[in-house]
Design a protein around this ligand. Structure first.
Ligand code: ZN
Length: 654
């Protein structure tokens, strides 16, 4: 990206019309020819000024590695949650320690109160049940209560205190947090847990899934400072890394799955459950830890140790960006272990008995963790837990995913499971901004999911008949991927198409461009470089260019910024000379190399991949000369790497 200076492109643009005129068919005027052959030529990617400033400050680089001055802030949370199913309430309390590793003194802290997406009058991109949102009962700094103000103007005037602003909270501290220092806030809060048919969390009377449930520090990063955008529904998250201590209090008999390693199994689990879990930790077979008959206090969980008939489960998680948990008295519990190449990790699956396909959930999770550990990097966390219920699709949280119930096929549950588990790598480990660049996590995840499903079922999920991308490619439903997730129409497929199917398919095309070895080397390098950090798209682009040694702005521009389609077509095949020639026409606007396979009468095959120079020069066709021989068949992109929207013109047979 950084290698091609802009003036080269200016020259190309000046040269292109001249070439177009030369290529004009006889009889037409040069003006008509220029129009006929005019094509958009991908222009260089210019990183935002804030990124360029970060390069100057040495926190970012132009080769895709984090700069030598790169930093992230950090935090420690000690959180307590109590769920009371009788009134659907969550009561929370805890401390939040912000550790300032930035070079800036910070007097203002920004936090998310995402539960307020359920408050009256919020700006939303999705329908949401109105629960009133989160009530922050108090907030103290170093043990002293802070004053709650009602507007940001008041906050500015007072110069100290906190104010709730929709789904955010702004805190002005009595004094700045200097670089290297930390500050601890303590707080109590509560909210009514929304019912089912909500998004990403909620309760259905039997299952409670708690996410976005505590005041959560926004990210203060090296490129943009505080990034605390509204939670409106569609656009997802941007979260910093932290260590967590979590305690969850629920009635006895309720099983809890959560981010983090369970710290007190002997206090909250029945002995039988503990011994079956130990068994599961040492086998790749699925162990039924809690069966339908085992459910309840004394057999699944321990008997209550709190006077009010509850148990308090404690968890600890290091270097995660969030904590969430699911709980139900109705769940059964399967467990096994998965090999991560650096040891093993526990696999847990919690679901209501009889939920279709879920008896294979642990098997699917085990495969996903192992496949992704091989493909990207070893899974670093102590467990991966899938819990069933509430929502339609699936939602990812560190070490845990919530997946909606009955599935009509193994492929369906496998697909969602693999997808959500793939998110453990991006955006959980590689901490991208999902709101601004949803394609960075959903596109990579869609790519991974197709790889995983193809491997598991022995299918090819990239073939156009299986790939959802082709349903909307080139249609009015298509929108560019480089767009804020809350800026797509809320009632159309544009956001999902631009964030999932399209970038996933474009990454498959990139693999076709670079070849498997280089593509995966670059992909792994990107994950490795940016683990527990916050890459932007430029860091992604630069890493692929750095590893491949190729300038790829033409690819990024077409794949992620525009909504151009690809249609390569065999225009003609000439076998009259010593060597056969194939003329390939580019009938649409997306710039991609030509991948061509020729088959000869004796069974020999030749594969050719052109570079994109002719298209960048404004050409609309290219002629490829093949080795001499009795040519029998020519196919364009026979393995369907490229997103060619019309494959009816891709083959020639003698
Ligand atoms: Zn996803």
């Amino acid at each position: 990206m950084h290698r091609l200076v802009p003036f080269v492109f200016v020259l190309l643009l000046l040269v292109a019309p001249a070439q177009a005129q030369q290529a004009a068919p006889s009889g037409s005027t040069s003006d008509e020819a220029a129009v006929e052959t005019r094509r958009p030529i991908p222009y260089p990617i210019q990183p935002r000024p804030s990124f360029q400033r970060a390069v100057e400050k040495g926190t970012r680089t132009t080769d895709g590695t984090p700069g030598e001055n790169y930093w992230t802030n950090y935090a420690r949370y000690d959180l307590n949650a109590e769920i009371t199913p009788s009134d659907s309430m969550l009561h929370g309390s805890g401390t939040i320690t912000f550790i300032n590793r930035s070079p800036d003194s910070l007097r203002t802290l920004a936090l998310h109160l995402r539960q307020n997406v359920h408050a009256q009058g919020m700006e939303r991109t999705r329908r949401a049940e109105i629960t009133g949102g989160m009530t922050v009962e108090n907030l103290a700094f170093d043990g002293q209560d802070m004053v709650e103000l009602t507007s940001r103007a008041d906050l500015r005037r007072e110069g100290m205190g906190y104010v709730t602003d929709a789904t955010r909270m702004r805190v002005i501290l009595p004094q700045s947090v200097a670089p290297g220092d930390s500050v601890t806030l303590s707080t109590e809060w509560s909210f009514r847990v929304p019912g089912e048919d909500n998004f990403r969390m909620g309760q259905d009377g039997e299952v409670y899934y708690l996410a976005y449930w505590y005041p959560h520090l926004a990210v203060y990063d090296d490129v943009d400072g505080w990034v605390a955008e509204l939670y409106q529904g569609d656009g997802e998250f941007y979260m910093g890394y932290a260590d967590y201590e979590l305690s969850v209090t629920v009635p006895e008999g309720w099983i809890v799955g959560a981010t983090g390693k369970l710290q007190n199994p002997e206090e909250v689990l029945a002995e039988q459950t503990q011994s079956r879990l130990e068994q599961a930790a040492n086998t790749s077979d699925i162990v039924n830890v809690v069966t339908e008959e085992d459910r309840g206090a004394g057999t699944a969980t321990a008997n209550a140790t709190n006077e009010d008939g509850t148990l308090t489960w404690t968890f600890q998680a290091d270097q995660v960006r969030d904590v969430a948990f699911g709980t139900s008295a109705k769940y059964v519990w399967d467990a096994t272990s998965a090999e991560t190449n650096e040891g093993s990790s526990m696999i847990h699956s919690m679901y209501r008995p009889g939920t279709s396909q879920w008896d294979r959930s642990a098997e699917f999770s085990q495969f996903s963790i192992e496949h992704l550990s091989d493909m990207l990097m070893p899974y670093p966390y102590p467990h991966m837990t899938a819990v069933e219920g509430i929502i339609g699709g699936g939602m990812e949280f560190p070490m845990i995913t919530l997946i909606g119930g009955n599935r009509n096929s193994p492929e369906s549950l496998f697909g969602v499971t693999y997808h959500e588990i793939s998110h453990m790598w991006v955006p959980m480990i590689v901490g991208t901004n999902e709101k601004r660049h949803a394609w960075l996590d959903e596109g990579t995840t869609t790519f991974n999911e197709n790889e995983g499903a193809s491997e598991f079922f022995g299918t090819d999920n990239w073939v156009p008949s299986e790939n959802w991308f082709y349903r909307f490619a080139g249609s009015a439903q298509e929108a560019p991927s480089m767009r804020h997730a809350d800026l797509y129409p809320s009632d159309g497929p544009q956001r999902v198409y631009a964030s999932y199917a399209k970038p996933g398919t474009m990454l498959h095309a990139l693999r076709g461009v670079l070849g498997d070895e280089t593509f995966f080397e670059a992909y792994r390098e990107y994950v490795d470089r940016w683990a527990y950090k916050h890459p932007t798209p430029y860091d992604f682009f630069n890493t692929f260019e750095d590893v491949s040694g190729q300038e790829l702005d033409w690819f990024w521009r077409g794949a992620f910024y525009e909504k151009w389609s690809l249609d390569h077509a065999i225009e003609s095949v000439d076998t009259s000379g010593d060597q056969p020639t194939v003329t390939v026409e580019d009938r649409d606007n997306l710039v991609m190399p030509v991948i061509l396979k020729a088959t000869y009468a004796d069974g020999e095959t030749v594969t050719r991949k052109t570079d994109v120079t002719p298209w960048m020069n404004g050409e609309r066709s290219v002629t490829i000369t093949l080795p001499a021989g009795d040519l029998e068949k020519v196919e364009l992109d026979p393995e369907a790497y490229l997103p060619d929207v019309d494959r009816t013109n891709n083959d020639w047979t003698k």
